[in-house]
Design a protein around this ligand. Structure first.
Ligand SMILES: C[S@@+](CC[C@H](N)C(=O)[O-])C[C@H]1O[C@@H](n2cnc3c(N)ncnc32)[C@H](O)[C@@H]1O
Length: 214
């Protein structure tokens, strides 16, 4: 399959056995799954934003069979996950949707009960992060959860030297990228009608933040 990776900035992505591959996904999928199993414990459809390689989608759908997993990504990368999806051939993963969080077409998405996104907030420009929160808040039903995984700052402070280095390298690659502040995200969520419910510490100085639609 001819797969183009349109975001060569993502360090650590490569092609492995004809599939796009991220070692970070392999490392973090088990701890993330453990938390998602508790958060998304009822049957329903979960929209994944910025699916990337598809490793997360396959792992979570396989181990959370009560869910229907709906992958999506920016139109430029929406097909990237196809090799992982076709190899896994799971009945509870829908074909990936092209979704640019900035586009005003969230209304065409299927009904969902939850949303998940990993390692996207520091890649998107801040306006895109805002659009993602607005979009998720718009389509989540009351009580629905939005899980956001990644590295975050607290009150403008780095939580580790490795995150500080990572933040610096992101900003050197592109001005619009950078690790987001947890308090800014909390404010953003609140203004969109999302209440921060949980802040789980995860391996390698990452967090899993969980919002609930009020
Ligand atoms: C660092 S990758 C993370 C991929 C995967 N979630 C992971 O954890 O490996 C960032 C992802 O955000 C997506 N992305 C960037 N801007 C976006 C936008 N405006 N709308 C939707 N997705 C976007 C990229 O296409 C890419 O798949």
């Amino acid at each position: 399959m001819d797969i183009a990776i349109h975001y060569p900035l993502f360090k650590g992505w490569n092609m492995h056995k004809d599939k796009p591959f991220s070692q970070a996904c392999e490392n973090n999928k088990a701890p993330i799954l453990e938390k998602l199993a508790g958060v998304f414990n009822q049957p329903g459809t979960v929209l994944e934003i910025g699916t990337g390689t598809g490793q997360h989608a396959v792992h979570f759908a396989r181990h959370l069979p009560h869910l229907v997993w709906q992958p999506s990504d920016h139109p430029r990368n929406a097909q990237l996950c196809l090799p992982w999806l076709s190899e896994a051939a799971l009945a509870n993963i829908n074909p990936p949707l092209a979704l640019d969080v900035m586009a005003d077409d969230w209304h065409r998405l299927p009904a969902i009960q939850g949303a998940f996104s990993a390692n996207t907030a520091h890649i998107m420009a801040w306006e895109e992060v805002e659009a993602m929160f607005r979009g998720v808040a718009r389509i989540l039903p009351t009580g629905g959860r939005f899980c956001l995984y990644g590295p975050f700052h607290y009150s403008g402070q780095h939580t580790s030297e490795s995150n500080e280095r990572f933040d610096r390298s992101l900003r050197m690659q592109a001005e619009h990228m950078g690790i987001r502040d947890m308090q800014d995200l909390e404010r953003l969520g609140r203004s969109a009608g999302l209440v921060l419910d949980e802040d789980f510490g995860m391996p390698a100085n990452n967090r899993l933040l969980v919002w609930r639609k009020a």
